[in-house]
Design a protein around this ligand. Sequence first.
Ligand SMILES: NC(=O)c1ccc[n+]([C@@H]2O[C@H](COP(=O)([O-])OP(=O)(O)OC[C@H]3O[C@@H](n4cnc5c(N)ncnc54)[C@H](OP(=O)(O)O)[C@@H]3O)[C@@H](O)[C@H]2O)c1
Length: 315
Amino acid sequence: MAARTIAVVGATGAQGGGLVGAITADRSGEFAARALTRSPGSAKAAALAAAGVDVVAADTDDVESLKRAFDGADAVFCLTNYWEHFSVEREQAQARNMAVAAKAAGVRHAIWSTLEDTRKWVPLDDNRMPTLHGRYKVPHFDSKGEADQFFRDAGVPTTFLLTSFYWDNFIFFGLGPKPGPDGVLAITLPMDDRKLPGIAAGDIGPCALGVLRRPDLVGKTVGIAGEHLTGAEMAAGLTRALGQTVRYNAVPPDVYRGFGFPGADDLGNMFQFKRDFEPYFTTARSLDVSRRLNPSLLDFDGWLARNKAAIPLEG
Ligand SMILES: NC(=O)c1ccc[n+]([C@@H]2O[C@H](COP(=O)([O-])OP(=O)(O)OC[C@H]3O[C@@H](n4cnc5c(N)ncnc54)[C@H](OP(=O)(O)O)[C@@H]3O)[C@@H](O)[C@H]2O)c1
């Protein structure tokens, strides 16, 4: 039987790259990856091609390029990168383009990497957190959650994949341990003592491959996480792994929103949502379901064992 072609948006990035890697490593021969990128000549794209992956040019801003890239695919993995442009309008236009192109290609299964529309829990007139960009509470969440409808409206057989906080943010997103005034390292989160679902970013793709083996998940929302941990528990894990004390610095969401880095208000609202709706948010990301989709799923200690040397510890 011919392999099922999986067209992967974001193939040169964390989520899509994990999916391409999982397909490449899969011995069943059931799947073949088609890696989409805006820059087929980039080093990352060249590395995929060298590994035998079919690399094709496509831009989610350009629906015709997506139609060409999705043509003949059995399934598609759809991703947006909000943090590249900080624009809800652009993220939603990209999601709509992917939904339209997936429908045109007649794929049997699409995965949309989404997040909650937090306004279902925190309406705009709920003043526990500020409204941002005029009509959002957590723009990079609400934008994706609202875009779920594009896939439904287009009639695309879609699984809505709710992802979790990447532990890799301790390396790449500026959220790693920083020395406090006393020189002791600390991670700072506005989560009080609530649990934050986290995941190794590289585990999202293997979970997505598990979803592609499950046609019964079409039309369903599936949440994934590697472990649910409090700030204190993550600090304890970092302490063990790094061999030096890391404290948990719990700050109020208002303080976090005021940190001033780009997106601090969005992330402050996001963490407050996760804090205030912890029972919902953790339950929506079942560890058992995640492990069944991806039996090699890492927990935080497993992630730390592989990544501790990459965590920057400077102030
Ligand atoms: N950080 C977290 O904790 C976290 C947690 C959950 C969800 N998320 C979400 O994850 C998303 C980012 O995913 P990621 O971490 O996998 O991204 P990433 O590692 O930063 O890589 C971005 C990928 O998106 C592709 N891309 C961006 N714009 C594109 C366009 N216009 N057309 C085609 N491809 C495009 C890039 O491909 P080329 O450059 O090769 O074209 C690249 O492969 C964000 O929307 C974020 O909200 C993040």
